[in-house]
Design a protein around this ligand. Structure first.
Ligand code: BF8
Length: 625
């Protein structure tokens, strides 16, 4: 691999080249010109009031108010957690609103009744003799209450082991209402409030837990109820999924309430006919970022790419529209779309972008709204300039859609030949305790131009599977794996003997696609169930987390709740906390004493894999004793 290449992915490198020929800029050009602020990088710049901004230096060891480096670093960290928890949880709230408007004759329906009933029972909502939509509405209300209820703690899912809950109780970090936790951070970080790194990190941890075991968990469960619980499906990934003779629509963002309707609208006979009328062979949907994960695991919609590739989709000159809702959308798409014929369509009042075409998605009239958006894309086909079109011929096959239910079913079907289905995680737990699988890793998160595109994910994961560590993936890591062929069942040839045997027996890839970033809740559920089955607390399991190319506030919240859930977490990009020695000490050391897990920072993915394997073996040994 040419060291100068910015990605390990051919399609990406080819399109970066095209950007140069076309004279347009990409994230990598901006990165080359950007000099990151060294203060910001260490987290020691404080902009919380206007007396400064204060910068901590040897000469000025305190801000104007007297805040130390650790106070500043911990407050900045806390605000990142708040931003991330807010984004994930507001996504969950939106899905709850959609469930509340679901009806038998409406656009949004209940697709997984069994899951709805199970959740209703868990929340002590009467189900017998009731209309399923009455139950759905009460479940939605109950969920919405988790965001703002004035008293009591968050309703925690049954997959959370009692031992873990006790740890949180003892540390006084059991989350309360989700909004309350986010607001507490904003209050506590206001000038003149919390000035103690330890306490600030406790508040951050509690808020992050309200995301992982609250907002994100709700987002996943209610999405499954509304749109169906994913089952394994076949798909393809990378920009080569774009079609020369079709209307190409890229769905980018996060919430399935929009993308599900677009998927339906794109099959509408009226719109299919319109596409033919404008000279196209049909309508081709392709997903990007977490929306890609949502629609691929429920419909097999192809994956165009991950976070760093969003500009490249437009650069192909073959995309009629990029339709976005919220989160992880480059504002750069607006001026870039002006250089091609692509329509950049924003749909959410929460994420309007100057220069974009704003067609607000109205959930009350979801289908009609989605149809008008798709129509815009079709009518734009005539503006395509064939001279500017270049679709890289790179794509790979992937099997996606491993929800917890799908994993349990798959193991039951094959391992027990359905003779004696356990309906539990027993077969998975057995594979781990017997040592056939050495352990499991959840590899998640973004792309970050500080790391060669996709290199962090793929190198780490290849090393892990080679050493019989089964890997589950979500977010942009999942797409990196799909593009690299690691989500294909053939990839078992890259696995160690134990993992390869399991893959063959169970007919799964060595890397399992578990969904979008909010679906890290699926990983929590799986890990929690295995711990409960073995009657241990989560930190005792040979299980780790990793975010090799993370960049967003959401990733900070995720990392924090994963560690607080008792799972050691490896970061490939250094977080902006190195200017606070106490903060660093807590995150990378002391958390192990209090929460049973901590953060590791290792930019080299091969070294990180070595550390992970060592840690997993230590845990195995302790578990056997
Ligand atoms: O929530 S992995 S770049 S797309 S933040 Fe964003 Fe990161 Fe991708 Fe989904 Ni998650």
């Amino acid at each position: 691999m040419d060291e100068k290449l910015l990605s390990i992915d051919n399609a990406t490198n080819e399109l970066i080249k095209k950007a140069q020929t076309d004279g347009v800029e990409t994230i990598w050009d901006r990165k080359a010109n950007m000099k990151p602020c060294p203060m910001g990088e260490k987290g020691i710049c404080c902009r919380i009031c206007t007396m400064g901004p204060c910068r901590i230096t040897p000469k000025t060891p305190r801000g104007l108010c007297g805040a130390t480096a650790d106070v500043i670093v911990s407050r900045n960290f806390a605000r990142m957690v708040a931003g991330g928890a807010a984004a994930h949880s507001d996504h969950g709230r939106d899905i709850a609103h959609v469930l509340h408007m679901a009806s038998k004759d409406g656009n949004y329906k209940v697709r997984d009744e069994a899951k709805l009933i199970k959740l209703a029972k868990r929340w002590e909502i009467t189900t017998e003799g009731r209309d399923i939509y009455d139950v759905a509405h009460e479940v939605a209300e109950f969920a919405l209450n988790q965001f703002g209820k004035p008293f009591g703690n968050l309703e925690l899912p049954p997959s959370l082991p009692e031992q873990r809950k006790k740890v949180w109780e003892d540390l006084n970090i059991v989350p309360r209402a989700i909004d309350r936790e986010v607001v507490t951070i904003m209050h506590s970080t206001h000038v003149g409030c919390t000035a103690d790194a330890d306490s600030m990190l406790d508040i951050s941890t509690r808020t992050a837990l309200s995301d992982g075991w609250g907002g994100s968990y709700i987002a996943t469960e209610l999405s499954d109820i509304l749109f169906g619980t994913p089952i394994p499906r076949e798909t393809e990934a990378n920009l080569g999924v774009l079609e020369e003779n079709q209307v190409n629509i890229v769905l980018h963002g996060h919430e399935p309430s929009l993308s599900e309707m677009i998927v339906l609208a794109a099959e509408d006979p009226e719109l299919v006919a319109l596409a033919k009328e404008v000279g196209a062979d049909g309508i081709n949907l392709a997903g990007m970022c977490c929306t890609a994960n949502e629609v691929t695991m429920r419909h097999g919609v192809k994956i165009a790419g991950n976070f760093a590739q969003q500009e490249l989709a437009i650069l192909t000159g073959a995309v009629e529209a990029v339709i976005v809702d919220v989160q992880c959308i480059f504002p750069a798409l607006a001026p870039l779309a002006d250089c091609y014929h692509t329509k950049f369509i924003t749909t959410s009042p929460k994420a309007r972008i100057t220069g974009a075409t704003h067609l607000e998605f109205d959930e009350e009239k979801a289908y009609d709204s989605a149809k008008s958006i798709v129509r815009e894309a079709i009518l734009n086909f005539k503006n395509r300039d064939n001279k500017k079109v270049f679709i890289p011929q790179t794509k790979n096959h992937a099997t996606v859609g491993y929800s917890v239910d799908a994993i349990v079913n798959q193991l039951d079907t094959v391992v027990n030949s359905q003779i004696d289905p356990t309906g539990t995680v027993k077969p998975l737990a057995d594979c781990i305790t017997s040592g056939v699988l050495r352990g499991a890793a959840g590899v998640v998160g973004c792309n970050n131009p500080k790391v060669k595109h996709d290199y962090g994910h793929i190198e780490l994961i290849k090393e892990l599977i080679k050493n019989d560590v089964i890997v589950v993936v979500t977010g942009c890591s999942a797409q990196a794996c799909a593009k690299a062929g690691l989500l294909s069942k053939d990839a078992r040839r890259l696995a160690g003997k134990g993992l390869a045997t399991v893959c063959e027996l169970v007919d799964i890839p060595p890397v399992l696609h578990m969904g979008s970033c909010v679906d890290i809740s699926r990983i929590l559920e799986l890990v929690g169930e295995v711990a409960k089955y073995l009657n241990v607390d989560i930190p005792q399991l040979p299980v780790v987390g990793a975010a090799p190319e993370w960049m967003s506030e959401k990733a900070v919240s995720i990392g924090t709740y994963v560690v607080a859930s008792g799972i050691d977490t490896w970061l490939g990009v250094v977080p902006p906390v190195t200017g606070g020695p106490r903060v660093l000490e807590i995150l990378t050391n002391e958390m192990e004493n209090t929460l049973g897990a901590k953060f590791f920072v290792e930019p080299d993915p091969v070294k990180a894999a070595g550390q992970i394997i060592e840690r997993i073996e230590q845990k195995r040994k302790a578990l056997e004793e």
